[in-house]
Design a protein around this ligand. Sequence first.
Ligand SMILES: [Mg+2]
Length: 214
Amino acid sequence: MLNTLNQPQSSALSDKLLHFTKDFETYIQDLKNILQKPKSWDISFVDFDETLYSRIPQFKKDKRFVECRWQAWIDLVYKEIWRDIFLKDYYNPDWVVKDVLSRTDVILTAGIDDLQRWKLEHSGIDKEALVVAEHKQKPKAVLKYVLKSLKSIPENITFIDDKAFDLSEEFRLLSDILQTKIILENIYLDSEKPTEVDHIDKKIFEKWKELVLS
Ligand SMILES: [Mg+2]
């Protein structure tokens, strides 16, 4: 299926930036500078949990992982199982989804900073990693990375995540702000073979058009 949806007229840059940050003034000059520059190479931002590494083996082995949420989950890992045993038992380099890792430039994951970085280290993933507290902060992290670290706008930005489509509106706006193509890949890992991808749904934002591929 292929749909083309026309998006509403763009508003001022500052209004759009307000969706991402209250101190948007610090971003505006950076943006004006890099919008003048030629576009740079493509980049991909890739989630960790359920994207590069399935948690299904954990759920099958210990049902407490299914039952515990938030603080209860943290207490389970840190006080009952113990962090080092959790990492050793569940984060093995053999279980990384290699098809996704081969397309990863920067890891963009949400959670507890130290724990996410230990998970990456135990999984043998040696990539630059950005850790945010919550999933909804990922589009702002992409904007900040492009402005402050890359200092040029990639031709294509790919965002691969098992909850990519939850952030569709924010990435549509970001594509509008950066005037570049953003590809969302909503990934579903295979529940029987956790190192394999079952399927991927895609959305492509390119200026004021949105293409939905499924
Ligand atoms: Mg995830």
